[in-house]
Design a protein around this ligand. Sequence first.
Ligand code: SF4
Length: 213
Amino acid sequence: MVKILARLQRAVRGLSAPSVTLVGKRWRDPYLVLVSCLLSLRTKDTTTLPAAERLFGLADTPEGMLKLSIPQVERAVYPVGFYRTKARRIRDISRVILNQYGGRVPDTLEGLLSLKGVGQKTANLVLVEGFGKPAICVDTHVHRITNRLGYVRARTPDETERVLRGKLPQVFWKDINWVLVLWGQNICRPVSPKCSVCPVSGVCRKVGVTAHR
Ligand code: SF4
């Protein structure tokens, strides 16, 4: 797996990183990483990043966010999916961070999971991209590709995360998400992956792949 990931990492060089990774690199602020994660749920990266930029232009701290009205937040983040729900959630979470965590995003899995609307995937991504901590964010791409490769045999993303924690060398934990997200968006797509141009096709077991290009 180490060699496979190294090969895929080389193959995605030149592609634009996922929106949350870009936010982490540009702002280096766990709060903004958390907000961009919330915006990115069920939304394409090409929509998430401009929405995050518009919102951060208005407010980039929990205090600032609470000074905005919900319609202001909604207008800034539109057209991300479920923008009304997300606007409320961002404000609710900002309030909790301010009142219960002294204005700082908690830097533990337990602390992050205590925030309403933050699930395992988001919490791990904030640890990686916001705090630079070793964590494994298993989203739909990581789950699908590690199982297709035959490296993992798991039915759910949570199960995949548990397996990866046990066998993937920690040095790859931070990178596996953005590498496989890019690979999944571009080559190892959910339907009909482009195996003919995949540099790891020779070692991939293609578990569950019934048709490919
Ligand atoms: S060979 Fe096909 S199924 Fe395997 S990782 Fe590459 S694109 Fe995905």
